[in-house]
Write a protein that binds this ligand. Structure first.
Ligand code: ARG
Length: 575
């Protein structure tokens, strides 16, 4: 264990047990970074009441029992414990992390099977900015769980089935297969859908054909299935284009769309009905999970078979849970999906628990994704009010990044490469750096800024550390240290670099990638202060100081690279 917060938590807990009895051994010592010392522990204030003693007295008693402690403890104010770590201890831990190829990040044993449902665009509509965010957050979580040694199963729950496909297939026949395919591949599914919809609303003959097509599709008619595949394959090629530009790890093997569950839906309903969990209400088969009521106070139904016999989104999700638990053997299922679907997932999870398809040992978690807003504070749209085509948005990000770096990078080829990494990195990082359930305004200027908690700032910081090694003609991989601490900025940087393992574990536990972003930002900031105050390559720097500072640089570089890789943010070699 190298993370000071964890080490201190453990030590303070033993002191609590020694001072007040074993029942206090797992009280949270409430250790937080502090401006007066390295850390402050506020546990004495919260325990004083329970112990019927003065907080300062409690604090003093904890301090007296802190033995074998790598630092000094002082009681201050109403009963805070101010904790300062010994430089030697920080240096020792820093050297340990420096020598550890995993930089203090543990490996989960035994590994968990984590199913991550993310991206999930709809083929019949459009892939919009909301899907961009679920894609990026989900992909970061997948990378992080894999890094921790978990078995990750990505599930791209595409909206690839349902009644709209009747009119989409008929429209595809009307415009001709080749031309339809070309447009779908180019990402024009939204316009394609609207045309089909307009015909459906105005043309009786088209409407009749579309309805018949739904029936033949549901019966699995061979020619209709072929047309469905033509439509889906072209659409998926567009999705893959977007994934490739984004550097997202999803592949065709991860596709598990709604259509996949189609053969299981009748059985899903039958089982729920036979178990008495689902009942027919107003012609529809419904589940009324306890605790869910509408505004009128009446129990809220989860409709699993409509009165016309059709199945819906909820039925598919119930079949999917069964599959994920029973076939994929999930320990944990993460649904990285828009926050507006919270009620849907609560009701689906409750129903699955009632049916025994989701045992208590398996956790199902909705990682709620907040809406992306335009500068007007409403759902992000283009000026003409349509939703924004993703490839256009990403192209614009790259163009703007290119303009932003034009001055410092005159070479065109190099600039194109950097602009790609900065533009895409900026869009992705903006989605990751705020808590996933908060709404935020899409703002190119802010995400592309070279200052603040942005991708360009971190990419630049990473490139700058690399340039130190280039300038000094030193191979970062051959640096051996050891790290010794004398300057405050060295000490602060070293302390910061001890934290990667804890933050990565925490991100996986709470599904909160923004904590890793904040950690990397703090790391880059600590490095900047260090570099301004502590010369590394200057000729008058003593040999062992130089070796130590190069080791701090190398550890910073590895930490930033690992963190950015886990978030899926590219880091160009130079900037
Ligand atoms: N296709 C859905 C949408 O765009 C998201 C699907 C999320 N996953 C799920 N298992 N329901 O809103």
């Amino acid at each position: 264990m190298t993370d000071p917060q964890l080490v201190l938590t453990e030590r303070v807990q033993s002191a609590l047990a020694a001072a007040f009895g074993a029942e206090f051994a797992d009280a949270d010592p409430l250790i937080r970074p502090s401006q007066f010392a390295d850390y402050q522990a506020n546990v004495a204030l919260s325990l004083a009441k329970r112990l019927r003693r003065q907080p300062r007295e409690v604090a003093q008693s904890i301090a007296d029992h802190l033995t074998d402690f790598p630092g000094t403890v002082e009681v201050s104010g109403p009963g805070f414990l101010n904790i300062t770590l010994d430089d030697a201890w920080i240096a020792e831990q820093a050297n340990r992390v420096f020598k550890d190829p995993r930089l203090g990040v543990g490996v989960n044993t035994p590994p968990q099977t984590v199913v991550i449902d993310y991206s999930a665009p709809n083929a019949a509509k459009e892939m919009h900015v909301g899907h961009l965010r679920t894609t990026i957050v989900g992909d970061a979580l997948a990378r992080i769980h894999e890094h921790l040694g978990n078995r990750v199963i990505r599930q791209n729950h595409l909206g690839d089935w349902g009644t709209p496909f009747g009119m989409l297939i008929e429209h595809l026949l009307d415009v001709g297969e080749d031309s339809a395919v070309a447009r779908l591949e180019a990402g024009e599914s939204s316009a394609f859908y609207q045309e089909a919809r307009a015909k459906f609303d105005s043309d009786e003959d088209f409407k009749r054909r579309a309805r018949e097509r739904v029936t033949t599709l549901q019966s699995g008619d061979a020619e209709t299935m072929r047309l469905w595949h033509v439509f889906m394959d072209a659409t998926i090629r567009y999705f893959n284009k977007v994934y490739a530009i984004l550097g997202v790890t999803l592949t065709d093997d991860d596709i598990a769309g709604e259509s996949m569950y189609n053969p299981m839906l009748a059985k899903t309903c039958d089982e729920l009905e036979a178990a008495g969990i689902a009942v027919v209400s107003e012609g529809a088969l419904c589940v009324f999970p306890p605790g869910f009521t509408g505004t009128d106070g009446k129990p809220l139904p989860l409709i699993i078979r409509k009165s016309d016999g059709g199945y819906g989104y909820a039925t598919t999700d119930l079949a999917a849970i069964h599959y994920r638990v029973h076939d994929l053997k999930a320990d944990r299922i993460l649904y990285v999906v828009g926050a507006d679907q919270a009620l849907h997932f609560q009701m689906v999870f409750a129903t699955a628990r009632m049916a025994g398809w989701l045992p208590e040992t398996v956790s199902a978690e909705h990682v709620k994704i907040g809406m992306m807003l335009g500068s007007d504070g409403r759902r992000f749209r283009t000026r003409s009010g349509e939703s924004v085509k993703l490839t256009d948005l990403l192209d614009e990000a790259i163009e703007r990044a290119s303009a932003a770096i034009a001055e410092r990078e005159p070479d065109e080829e190099a600039r194109a490469e950097i602009a790609q990494a900065v533009g895409i990195g900026a869009v992705k990082y903006a989605d990751l750096a705020v808590s996933h359930d908060s709404e935020y305004i899409f703002d190119f200027d802010r995400m592309l800024a070279f200052t603040g908690n942005t991708a360009p700032y971190l990419q630049y910081a990473t490139a700058r550390v690399r340039s130190i090694f280039r300038t000094g003609g030193v191979d970062a991989a051959s640096v051996t240290g050891p790290i010794i601490l004398s300057e405050p900025a060295e000490r602060a940087l070293a302390l910061q670099l001890l934290g990667l393992g804890t933050v990565v574990e925490r991100v996986a536990r709470d599904s909160e990638p923004h904590r890793l972003c904040a950690f990397l930002f703090d790391t880059a900031t600590a490095f900047t202060t260090f570099y301004e105050n502590c010369p590394v390559l200057k000729s008058d720097v003593p040999e062992e100081t130089r070796a130590s500072r190069l080791a701090l640089c190398a550890l910073t570089l590895k930490t930033l690279e690992t963190g950015l890789d886990l978030l899926g943010i590219p880091h160009p070699e130079r900037m």
